[in-house]
Design a protein around this ligand. Structure first.
Ligand SMILES: Nc1ncnc2c1ncn2[C@@H]1O[C@H](COP(=O)(O)OS(=O)(=O)O)[C@@H](OP(=O)(O)O)[C@H]1O
Ligand SMILES: Nc1ncnc2c1ncn2[C@@H]1O[C@H](COP(=O)(O)OP(=O)(O)O)[C@@H](O)[C@H]1O
Length: 186
């Protein structure tokens, strides 16, 4: 199974994915987190933040996830993943892909600003440190219309979000296994 997260920088993707991984490990269920930030240092080092590069980034993360998930590893793709088209591409290309929207309003993210990116994007035009393509400020984010799970991280605590995603994964995995068993017994 592949869980593709999407959500703005600072929305809580890494925090939730890491906690879900820990919780699952305690139950003996391995989860691999395929994190955009992390892969951009290695496999996706050549990519920037244009629409083409962001889509290519997601395609590569999706490919890695597909290789692991066909050996039974549950994968969480933790990336901003801002475009509908490439999210749909992954859903169509691979089996058992679920889309989870980690949602937080921009005003709250500007207040959190854990990496200082929002401050830089909001600098006046022409400022040498201004970030010109930060998702949600001056670059698009296409909110998924029908995500399989929608978590509002400004309204729910970290532990509630973690429990909801964990529960969702367990339920989806059970459904997937039941349907494989039905197919196998036909
Ligand atoms: N311009 C711009 N826009 C968005 N994000 C930026 C940008 N510049 C750097 N960063 C940092 O890169 C992380 C996002 O990488 P992703 O691979 O998740 O992005 S994408 O899915 O390809 O859109 C993102 O990580 P997260 O904060 O964990 O989301 C940022 O730390
Ligand atoms: N309900 C919540 N879920 C996840 N993170 C939250 C929540 N409420 C507050 N936060 C905080 O928001 C920040 C999210 O950062 P991070 O997980 O790195 O986001 P992202 O990976 O989406 O960029 C962390 O400082 C975290 O403690």
């Amino acid at each position: 199974m592949i869980i593709q997260l999407c959500g703005l920088s600072g929305a809580g993707k890494t925090t939730i994915a890491t906690n879900v991984k820990q919780k699952a490990a305690a139950f003996g269920t391995p989860i691999e987190i395929i994190d955009g930030d992390n892969y951009r240092e290695f496999l996706c080092k050549d990519l920037g933040f244009s629409k083409e590069d962001r889509c290519e980034n997601i395609r590569r993360l999706g490919f890695v996830a597909s290789r692991l998930s066909c050996h039974g590893v549950i994968c969480i793709i933790s990336a901003i993943n801002p475009y509908d088209a490439v999210r749909n591409e992954l859903t169509a290309a691979y089996e058992h892909v679920r889309t989870v929207y980690i949602d937080c309003p921009v005003n709250e993210l500007i207040a959190r600003d854990t990496k200082g990116l929002y401050k830089r994007a909001l600098l006046p035009e022409g400022h040498p440190d201004r970030l010109t393509n930060l998702t949600g400020i001056n670059d698009p984010f296409e909110a998924p219309r029908n995500p399989d799970l929608h978590l509002r991280t400004d309204k729910k605590s970290i532990s509630t979000c973690v429990n909801e995603l964990f529960g969702f994964i367990i339920t989806s995995a059970a459904r997937k296994n039941n349907s494989s068993l039905r197919v196998a017994s036909v």
